[in-house]
Design a protein around this ligand. Structure first.
Ligand code: EPU
Length: 341
């Protein structure tokens, strides 16, 4: 039996820690409970919202529908072949605990994604990524509940349509599915380590590590993240607030003439990715505050709640940043965080 609570403040359920009233709220631990909660919302014609770790969402107002917090737990493994294992985790498993579970067992592929806040079930939504690796690189398949039919469907990588911080579930499939379980294909030996990202290599050099283990890479990533990114337990935030913009080569070259020091990464198909953090910093916003809504002092891509900021205030700050970056660089930043209006 599910327990539906009414009119609760969900401030502690998101990493931004902004106050927001929620009309109906429940937590589910099994697919059966999830179906029960969905049926409750359908009967009452309520808007539905599914919450995992709450690490990529900003509420700008009260939510009048039903929020379902997904607490499905469990990890299973099956040996695929001599070199690979398939590890499957339920949506409510905490992402970093799952990554560490794999590292302890010697399963390779997720170590660069250490310490990313959130749950396993939301990792495919925006194809989480860090330090040269994306979730899609080891993704095998997932199971999701179709909200309309209330049947479980299996998604292969192709069906998920992963892109840079993008997937089917953020686009055509938006609000139609709840991810229940995600499977990863990880290596048991001959791991393909990605240590090419500058900061990782620096950390390894500092420690004189020549042949890094999975744990060495994970430890390096944890150290880098801790030195740059604010801990949501201490300072409310949702990681990168914006996506790094991708420009066609010719537009980038024009920009480079005016701003010769602009950092950039070449992508296939004459596309160039630019760090939004650099643009925001050079628009003068790094470390700035309006009330309790601010731009992090060590990483301008991260907006933070210094204590009493509301979702609206953080959203308004993001609007001004978008306008300023547009004025100076003629680049329109896109938000990465889900805004709930
Ligand atoms: N930079 C600045 N000023 C800043 C921040 C960054 O100039 O305030 C420039 C620097 O040139 C720096 C470059 O941006 O070298 C890249 O910065 P960083 O390595 O911190 O990475 P990012 O591009 O800002 C992305 C992801 C992060 C991920 C890191 C590491 C996006 C939107 N963000 O940030 O992801 O951890 O790379 O791989 O792609 C997240 O999604 O929540 C997140 C934290």
């Amino acid at each position: 039996m599910i327990n539906i609570q009414e009119n609760i403040d969900i401030k502690e359920l998101t990493t931004f820690k902004v106050p927001a009233l929620c009309h109906y709220f429940t937590e589910v631990y099994t697919p059966e409970e999830l179906n029960e909660a969905i049926s409750f919302a359908k009967n009452k014609k309520l808007q539905l919202l599914f919450l995992g770790g709450g690490s990529n969402i900003l509420f700008t107002d009260a939510f009048r529908g039903l929020i379902i917090k997904l607490n499905l737990k469990g990890i299973k493994e099956s040996v695929e072949d001599e070199e690979h294992v398939i590890v499957s985790a339920q949506a409510g498993e905490e992402w970093n605990s799952f990554v560490q579970y794999c590292i302890v067992r010697g399963y390779g592929g997720l170590e660069n994604l250490s310490l990313i806040p959130g749950n396993v079930g939301t990792s495919p939504m925006q194809n989480i990524g860090a330090y040269g690796v994306e979730m899609k690189d080891t993704f095998y398949s997932l199971q999701a509940l179709n909200i309309k039919t209330q049947e479980i469907e299996t998604f292969t990588p192709a069906l998920c349509k992963f892109g840079y911080r993008e997937s089917f579930f953020k686009n055509e499939g938006k609000d139609q599915y709840v991810i229940l379980e995600v499977k990863f294909k990880l290596t048991r030996k001959n791991h393909k380590l990605t240590a090419s990202y500058g900061a990782i290599q620096e950390k390894l050099n500092e420690k004189n590590i020549i042949r890094p283990t999975l744990k060495d890479i994970s430890d390096a990533v944890v150290q880098i993240r801790k030195s740059k990114l604010p801990d949501p337990e201490i300072l409310g935030n949702a990681g990168s607030f914006f996506k790094n913009p991708i420009l066609p080569l010719d537009k980038f070259q024009q920009l480079q003439k005016i701003f010769p020091t602009i950092p950039h990464y070449r992508l296939p198909d004459r596309q160039i990715k630019i760090p939004a953090g650099w643009l925001i910093e050079h628009a003068g916003w790094k470390g700035k505050k309006t009330g309790d809504a601010g731009v992090h002092e060590k990483q301008a891509l991260v907006l933070v709640n210094y204590g009493k900021a509301t979702g609206k205030e953080i959203f308004q700050l993001s609007e001004i940043i978008i306008q300023d970056v547009d004025k100076i660089f003629n680049i329109q930043l896109q938000r990465e965080v889900n805004i709930i209006i």
